[in-house]
Write a protein that binds this ligand. Sequence first.
Ligand code: FO1
Length: 313
Amino acid sequence: MSSELRVVLFVGGVGGAKMAHGLSRCLPPGSLRIVVNVGDDFRRYGLRICPDSDTVLYTLAGRVDPVNGWGVAGDTTTVLDALTGLGDDTWFRLTDRDLATHMYRTQRMADGATLTQATAELARAMGVDIDILPVTDAPVPTRVITSDYGELDFQEYFVRHRWQPEVKFIRYVGAEDARVTTAVAEAIDWATCIVFAPSNPWLSIGPILAVGDIRERLLGRDVPRVAVTPVIGGKAVKGPAAKLMAEQGLAVSARSVAGFYGALLTDFVDDVRNPEFTCDGMNIIQRDTLMLEPADRERFAGEVLGYIGERIR
Ligand code: FO1
């Protein structure tokens, strides 16, 4: 195995963006590529909104709202307030500078650019020199089938209903027929290690792993394939992961997360606060995975890279 660390990180949501930030601080330029979930993407006011991609982008650009973990820090709400004044139900809060991102992307895609190209242009404009790669250029929207409201668009479930409806089933629409982009296929072949961020397995990583032949591509790589737990002490660090596990009849535990990935993993990074467990075919290590402060991101990313570095030496 090559001992050079070339990391492909799979992410969705705020936890994923924090890990991306930590890794970006520890790795030399050109050693990190980030594959983002597109299942959360949707259209609003005619614009293409890509929350997971933008959360990574704003985080790496140092522009993210530090309280929410998404959106632009200190952004104004002139358009949102005007929409509210028109009587619109502004349940999805699109602030002014963030709107410019969506407008740019939507226009570029109307001009014929792919999502991958538009994302790269946005990254360049914001001074981010790390590849942020949508897993596919095809739309693969996540739909959530709930007991109370039937089938919901992902953002309606997540934001409008604050992920409270009971979930019966999750669909990744069009994922089977979608294909990973050339850039993602190349990144997987280039990597000397593959890392799954502490993102929600069913809502962030599941839609990525549902795309076309990505599982076979990952399984075909004889490199460490490592996931980080998003569950600590029987609770999700953020968001609905624990609730979704309970709704599926699973124990709310890191073991259930490891079970979600199964044979895709060679290694699993559990949290020091969790009870130890074993899982066939996986090395399991325990670290302090909580990234409350920006300094924690770099510290934790450094520990994960130190471990992987030893593995591929
Ligand atoms: N999350 C919310 O809880 N409420 C919002 O109004 C909201 C707006 C929003 C706008 C742009 C963006 O990029 C993200 C936004 N998010 C909002 C976060 C986002 O929808 C979710 O956190 C992710 O999709 C889940 O990973």
